[in-house]
Design a protein around this ligand. Structure first.
Ligand SMILES: Nc1nc2c(ncn2[C@@H]2O[C@H](COP(=O)(O)OP(=O)(O)OP(=O)(O)O)[C@@H](O)[C@H]2O)c(=O)[nH]1
Length: 453
């Protein structure tokens, strides 16, 4: 049964369980106090700092109050003219909440406030305790059902929006990073020069160009911040920009051409520009490294994509009833290999290990570079027995392989693996933790072996 059918059947159940006389009285009660409920709701929500951000706009204020009162009257109307229209309306409300990105917990908080207030109204209107308890149940359950429909619609929409956000981010990232890096670097330097030129020409008393409105500043705020979302460098760049615009430029603005303060201020300006230059280079370099989600050394999938892939595989495994498996692989004594043959040799071994893994698994499987010398293989639609077979195949092929390390030399390495088959737990971290402890068990029981979680 799809959600709306289920909900309509629940609504019908609730209505038929609740005596008509009570539904009539509730409808009257809510009708009478809808305005005051909306007022209480609004006052309580405005005390919440976050809710305030969503509601404290005059248009919202003017509209929300009457529309909340209308919504309450419709929800508790007697008789309900059309349940599917009522459900469709709740869905629409959920979609609006998703569009404005109103957090779900605030909606739940709002519903709680309304229920509490409505219950105290009922206390007055239903002196009979038995009737009061039926009325409370009716009010509470009906609001819970409305909330359930809203949440489902909310989730669907929020997911769609976040997919679009991600697609946009990927598109932005997909642009020519190397060219963009040079362009923004030169925009930044150009801004610095324009400040110097204004001072040199002594025309700076009028206005020095603020970095935030420069070509570089506009790019950073409108494009850079979505391309490099959540990078720590962004915060550093913004802080430097603020110091430039709020402290250094205003001071430069008021000094005279020959003022001896000028060199100190220009030095401070140069330092901030250097900070931005450095952070910008590091942010771009990291992004270039990620290059379409592949690790630059091994060309394997980057670990960054692991949560997305695992969440998707868990959904697929549940839907198709076919488990998948993780094999966490760690090269044994890799530090010794590095120390003996050099870091470059180590890099070459990592590359050859990655190629061997890719050539051993099916094309529907995934291979990630999990850490320095750790790789993670995700085997789709597989049983425990078959996964163990694949892991053993990988182990023996690595053991037998002669890895080239330059200068015509070859070395042998072994790996320790931890195998964990999806056990139905919805949190992917749980599966990774199981593979991880199995791998440690393989290490502690002698290496060059596979342990199952
Ligand atoms: N060449 C190279 N070495 C790396 C890379 N990433 C990590 N390493 C090295 O891998 C080594 C891992 O060492 P440890 O974690 O101590 O483990 P181990 O020597 O492999 O020993 P066991 O795992 O206990 O068998 C460290 O020396 C890292 O420097 C890389 O990209 N290239």
């Amino acid at each position: 049964m799809i959600l709306s059918e289920q909900v309509i059947s629940d609504l019908n159940g609730l209505i038929s369980q609740t005596p008509e006389s009570i539904r009539v009285d509730i409808s009257k009660t809510i009708n009478d106090c809808a305005e005051s409920l909306a007022t209480v709701f609004y006052e309580a929500m405005l005390q919440n700092q976050l809710a305030k951000g969503f509601l404290d706009h005059s248009t919202v204020k003017e509209r929300l109050h009457p529309s909340l009162a209308r919504w309450l009257r419709e929800l508790y109307q007697y008789p309900h003219p059309d349940l599917s229209a009522l459900v469709a309306h709740q869905r629409k409300v959920g979609e609006i909440h998703a569009r404005i990105r109103l957090p779900l917990y605030l909606v739940a908080r709002g519903a709680r406030i309304l229920k509490q207030r409505a219950y105290s109204e009922l206390d007055v209107r239903f002196p009979d305790k038995m009737q009061l308890s039926v009325a409370i149940k009716y009010i509470g359950q009906l609001m819970d059902i409305a909330l359930e429909v809203m949440s489902a619609a909310y989730e669907r929409n929020a997911e769609r929006e976040s997919r679009t956000d991600e697609a946009y981010r990927q598109h932005a990232i997909g642009q020519n990073m190397a060219a963009e890096r040079e362009r923004q670097r030169s925009n930044l330097l150009e801004w610095g020069q324009s400040v110097l030129l204004s001072i040199y020409r002594n025309s700076h008393a009028a206005a020095l160009p603020r970095i935030v409105s420069s070509e570089f500043g506009l790019w950073l705020i409108h494009k850079g911040s979505s391309m490099f979302e959540a990078s720590p460098e962004l915060g550093e760049i913004r802080a430097s920009m603020d110091r430039l615009d709020e402290t250094i430029l205003p001071q430069l603005q008021v000094v005279k051409a020959a003022d001896e303060q000028i060199p100190t201020l220009l030095e401070a300006l140069e330092t901030e520009v250097d900070v931005i230059k450095f952070q910008l280079a590091s942010i771009f370099d990291r992004q270039l490294e990620v290059e379409n989600g592949r690790d630059t050394l091994t060309r394997l999938f980057n670990r960054r994509f692991l949560p997305s892939v695992l969440s998707r595989e868990i959904t697929l495994a549940n839907r198709r009833g076919e488990p998948f498996a993780l094999v966490l692989i760690d090269i044994d004594y890799f530090k010794v290999v590095n120390d003996t043959h050099g870091h470059e040799a180590g890099d070459m071994i990592l590359q050859q290990t990655a190629a061997l893994l890719i050539n051993t698994v099916r094309s529907g499987d995934f291979v990630f570079r999990y850490g320095g010398e750790e790789m993670l293989v995700l085997l789709v639609e597989i049983t425990q027995e078959a996964a163990l077979q694949v892991a053993e195949n990988i182990r023996s092929r690595i053991e037998e392989n002669r890895f080239l390390v330059g200068g015509g030399q070859t070395v042998n390495v072994t790996i320790s693996s931890g195998l964990a088959v999806f056990d139905g737990h919805p949190d992917y971290q749980h599966l990774i933790r199981r593979a991880d402890s199995a791998m440690y068990q393989a290490k502690s029981t002698g290496r060059n072996r596979i342990c199952s979680a």
